[in-house]
Write a protein that binds this ligand. Structure first.
Ligand code: PMP
Length: 387
């Protein structure tokens, strides 16, 4: 069957070709529809049909709720891409990497030596807001959100455990980063949601103690809710498993099955590299188009990213970030979000990422229509503006 598609909210008509010029550009959420054309090309081979009787129980045949076949596919995937070391590591699954963020905080803080001082959970601004909001929601006695890493850089208190979220590349800026804090009492959660050739050069295979990955931005299946953690330490792995036991009894078996099918298409069809060529060229083209427009303006600027050697493509390659971190340069433009909103462009405010409201995050991973509308609105705004 032909897939049934809905029109982008900015278009109407039976073939979705009627554009409404009053419609705002949606560059807000990170819904990864940029991958949709790839999966339309692989519509039949990526389809999953599940009969009513199939796998109704809690566990697989080995009494676990983690599909070993899927673990093997994930290891093969990392080997093909060269973005993470998995040999001798433990792998567990979560309902998106979102569930694993707190599972990791729980596991690292319950190792805490001094039981009366809660572990300090920190991140470097601008950062993905869930690190703070989720940690505050759970409101545990074992850990507390304590703001930006810069506040604790010169801290010499060796009695307190620090749990530092390290995102590389970062959301929103797309920069490769390392932990800021150092010392025996610092533990890191390395969020690698964007560590794929689509979004960043890969300087090496990541080998951190605790790494989080997700299919959301990689294959684009954010709605499947599937993420995984790669863990060095057995004790930490066991605590994260306990967390999953006591909360959801693992990830939906249907989510695991769909992920298996999706990864199978990636690994088995073509040379196993097609998805990365597609993801990279799409994101690179978008970044080039956006940069061309913004470079003509004195009013706005973009984050600086440089070409860098990538071990996957085996050459120096251009930047291709998932988000633009757009800055309003004029002194009077203190609220960049409002400036863009008035021009019909909806992004996310800088303060959402604990950054300055002179910045707005624009999502570049949405559908081609969303991106084209964004470019159209920006072009119109800048040409009507100054000149
Ligand atoms: N980490 C980062 C940095 C993200 O941007 C996101 C999604 N926006 C996530 C984690 C969560 O992804 P998911 O739960 O869909 O796997």
């Amino acid at each position: 069957h032909e897939p049934v598609c809905e029109c982008n909210p900015c278009y109407s008509g039976s073939d979705c070709s009627k554009f409404s010029s009053h419609c705002a550009a949606d560059a807000g959420s990170g819904d990864p529809y940029f991958m949709e054309p790839f999966w339309m090309r692989h519509a039949a081979s990526s389809a999953v049909l599940v009969s009513g009787w199939y796998r109704m129980g809690y566990t697989y045949n080995d009494e676990s709720y983690i599909s070993q076949l899927l673990v093997n596919h994930i290891k093969k995937l990392h080997e093909t891409v060269g973005n993470a070391v998995t040999d001798g590591r433990y792998i567990i699954f979560g309902g998106g990497s979102t569930q694993l963020l707190n599972a990791a905080v729980y596991a690292l803080s319950s190792n805490n030596n001094s039981s009366d001082t809660p572990a300090k959970v920190v991140a470097t601004a601008p950062y993905y807001p869930l690190y703070r909001t989720q940690t505050e929601l759970f409101n545990s006695r074992d850990y507390r959100y304590e703001g930006d890493t810069s506040l604790w850089k010169n801290n010499t208190d060796n009695d307190t455990t620090f749990i530092e979220f390290v995102t590389s590349p970062t959301n929103p800026e797309g920069k490769l980063t390392k932990a800021v804090l150092e010392g025996p009492n610092v533990k890191t959660i390395n969020d690698r949601a964007y560590y794929w050739p689509h979004f960043t050069p890969l300087p090496s295979s990541a080998d951190d103690d605790l790494m989080l990955f997700t299919i959301s931005k990689f294959t684009g299946h954010a709605g499947t809710r599937f993420g995984w953690a790669i863990i060095k330490d057995k004790g930490v792995y066991e605590k994260m498993l306990t967390y999953l036991d006591l909360t959801t009894v693992g990830v939906s078996r249907e989510a695991q099955l769909r992920t298996l099918k999706i990864l199978n298409v990636i690994l088995e069809e073509g040379d196993g590299k097609e998805i990365f060529q597609f993801g990279y060229s799409t994101m690179r083209d978008r970044w080039i188009r956006l940069k061309q427009i913004i470079s003509k303006s004195k009013r706005f600027s973009l984050q600086k990213l440089s070409p860098q050697y990538c071990t996957f493509f085996k050459r120096v390659r251009d930047p291709s970030p998932a988000y633009a971190w757009l800055k309003c340069e004029r002194e009077e433009d203190k609220n960049c979000y409002e400036i863009l909103k008035a021009a019909g462009i909806n992004g996310h405010e800088g303060s959402t990422y604990s950054g300055d409201d002179r910045y707005v995050r624009l999502s570049l991973i949405r559908s081609q229509d969303d991106f084209d509308i964004l470019i159209n609105k920006l072009t119109n705004f800048l040409s009507s503006e100054a000149y």
